[in-house]
Design a protein around this ligand. Sequence first.
Ligand SMILES: [Zn+2]
Length: 412
Amino acid sequence: MTAFRILLALAAFALSTSDAGAQTERITLHAASAFDGKGRSIPDVTIVVANGKIADVRSGEAVTPTYDLRGLTILPGLIDTHVHLDTHFGKDGTASNRGETPAQAMLYEAENAYITLMAGFTTVQSIGSPSDVEARAAIARGVMPGPRLLTSIRPVNENSGTPDQIRAFVRQVKADGADLVKLFASKSSREGGTQTMTDEQVAAACGEARRLGLRTWVHAHSPSSIRAAVNGGCTVVTHGSQATPAELQLMASRGVYFEPNIGLVSQNYLENRSRYFGIGNFDEQGFAFTEKGIPMKLEMFKNALKVSGLKLLMGTDAGAGAHGRSAEEIIYRVQIAGQRAADALAGATSLNAQAIELGTRIGTIAAGMDADLIAVDGDPLKDITVLRRVRFVMKGGKVYRNNLFTPVSAPR
Ligand SMILES: [Zn+2]
């Protein structure tokens, strides 16, 4: 090493240590109350943040906070376990994205990441697209605003081959950087949702993923496809629109998480019918299934609420037109389906964190957790629609949104 190089290395070291020093300075938030993610409310709350983490949580203390969030409620950053962050309405105004360059598509994904974070979702799981790998890396570099991103990259389906070929596929997708494995075990709800992968194919994918330490998210509508996922040792059943009380009970007794999507995805397709119509199975018959599915899913969800021990995750399946509106799923579950607000909020925070194996870092407000904190304009336990009024977003101790109040004192 030349002397000049040594000097450069020393300068870089000095820079990095002074950065670390800046990060250890404390930021305090004060608000009317906080919901801790697990069911507990903390009145007159002060949260101390240092080095990107929650250092302390206190109640009833007179402080001059860095951020005075009076009148607001602080929540853990929300988590959506099922989005398709790459999907968007492109230059022709539809979801077909005809004639788009990869660079254009990537920028739409960056926009979706931004609006998702601004809506209070500090972590999402994209299920999934190869472009997520680059989006995940860009967000992690810390400049482009977006939620902490997990992705399945590419899915397994009935055409992925023999059980051995499927195991090889799972190893490859892990090598490519997948955080989880997505399986399509049934047809789309727009095609009736019957089982597509064999029980053996499902078991091969979920078994190999488990062996490698990866979680599995199984798209399954019909009862038999749900049973294949449970019996195959998979982590999560998503959709489950045709689940009967028997499948709901089976998931609960086997500890399989259930991620129904009842309040946003179908409604969004119908609201944006002309922007989807004519693409793949978005035809007359597909939309008829979608319309019929809304009351059917509502009934199924009401049955799910009656099953004790069933772990109901908050995932939306948000596609083009739905990004930034993930909270609508929570609002629908509470307002229309009658879920307790505290349970629905725990589903979107601590329970979701546990399901994506980040439960020791995010989803709960407690000392030692990452400082992913949002504030909403009102008390969501009394009026769940305040989730539409996110005023403050912090991720990893960094403030990304603060559009009601300015700091009363700059961070020291
Ligand atoms: Zn999906």
